[in-house]
Design a protein around this ligand. Structure first.
Ligand code: 5AD
Ligand code: FES
Length: 347
């Protein structure tokens, strides 16, 4: 395994078979994490970037089998934030040192292009020194372009799984891997910094599918990659499936760091949900981004895409300082910075 890890660090890629065996193995974890942290430090030092997550809406027209806020879940108490709510989240976030705002939500048809571009341009005007990241699902090229022209810089859209058959096992027929991947290429073409990603341990996943995910990511060359363990939600068709593995998630974070040395890699809330030290462990496996919640506490519990999500009762300021302590406890520091991706230069 050690030689595969060395090869990955040198060549930044492996064959599908090699990736699958690296993913399936549990050997040389210490070496893998140590190389990943060395590469992170080479490019970003001990800096950890924070993104203020604003969960716009838990209305969603889709019915992904894994997601707690799927349209078919009639038990969810639905909410959406309006422009003024969102601007006050940004104001609070700015005071706390956030210089990236992430507007994330279900695919909520309330937000027409006019409504959304009005929100984006208001944030752009008030916070010219901040990055605006959107995570609003699949839209047309023209919609993405309108958001971009209104001032959005970045877009997060996990590809979920690169394997078309696996995609159809996780989603209803109305959704396709083909369209999702097309969205990602549209976003790149428009000029967004793009983030993609997948769940670790989603139902029916195999090491071969994970190898395909890694090769898809290598080809797409995103600036960001978000991965987290699958966590079952009790009101979904996948309620009875087992949760993903924290150790495998850490291994994949390290592999991603070696594959894309300058990638922005969050230690996700899902990782922190399955292990109280999960986010710290993520950073010690090569991650360099944390995305705490800025949503109003009144709606936090309603944005439950999986069970037992952490930080749903905490004010933004509490999370901000809790994280500061956590990050400092592992020898890193949170920086007040947009945290743009660095360009990788071959040595
Ligand atoms: N467990 C873990 N992650 C999930 N996501 C959705 N549902 C779950 C779940 N049950 C992830 C998906 C989605 C992102 C916003 O959250 O990958 O893209
Ligand atoms: Fe939210 Fe620790 S990060 S309470």
């Amino acid at each position: 395994m050690k030689s595969l890890i060395e090869k990955l660090e040198k060549q930044h890629t492996l064959s599908k078979e090699e990736f699958a065996s690296l993913v399936a193995s549990n050997e040389a974890n210490d070496f893998l994490f140590q190389r990943a942290v060395a590469v992170r430090q080479e490019h970003y030092g001990n800096n950890v970037y924070i993104r203020g997550l604003i969960e716009l809406s838990n209305y969603c027209k889709n019915n992904c089998y894994y997601c707690g806020i799927r349209a078919g879940n009639t038990e969810v108490s639905r909410y959406r934030l309006l422009k003024d709510d969102i601007l006050s989240c940004c104001e609070q976030g700015y005071q706390l040192g956030f210089r990236t705002f992430v507007l994330q939500g279900g695919e909520d048809i309330y937000y027409t292009d006019d409504i959304m571009t009005d929100i984006i341009s208001a944030i752009r005007r008030q916070y010219p020194d901040c990055a605006i990241t959107l995570s609003l699902g699949e839209h047309s090229y023209d919609t993405y372009k309108a958001y971009f022209d209104a001032g959005a810089d970045r877009y997060l859209l996990r590809h979920e799984t690169a394997n078309f058959h696996h995609y159809s096992q996780l989603h209803p027929q109305s959704l396709s891997a083909e369209n999702r991947q097309q969205c990602l290429y549209d976003l790149k073409r428009i000029g967004y910094q793009v983030g993609t990603g997948f769940m670790v341990g989603s139902p029916y996943q195999t090491p071969e599918y994970l190898a395909e995910d890694l090769l898809f990511i290598k080809q797409l060359q995103p600036q960001m990659v978000g991965i987290g363990p699958f966590i079952p939600h009790h009101q979904t068709p996948f309620a009875a499936f087992p949760q993903g593995s924290v150790d495998l998630t850490l291994r994949l974070l390290a592999i991603l760091r070696l594959m894309l040395p300058t990638v922005l890699l969050p230690a996700t809330t899902a990782l922190g949900t399955l292990d109280p030290q999960g986010r710290e462990k993520g950073i010690l496996a090569g991650a360099n981004v944390i995305m705490p919640n800025l949503s109003p506490v009144a709606v936090r519990k309603k944005y439950q895409i999986y069970d037992h999500k952490i930080c749903t009762g905490d004010e933004a300021a509490e999370c901000r300082f809790c994280l500061q302590k956590r990050i400092e406890s592992i020898g890193c520091r949170i920086v007040v910075d947009r945290g743009d991706a660095k360009q990788y230069k071959e040595k």
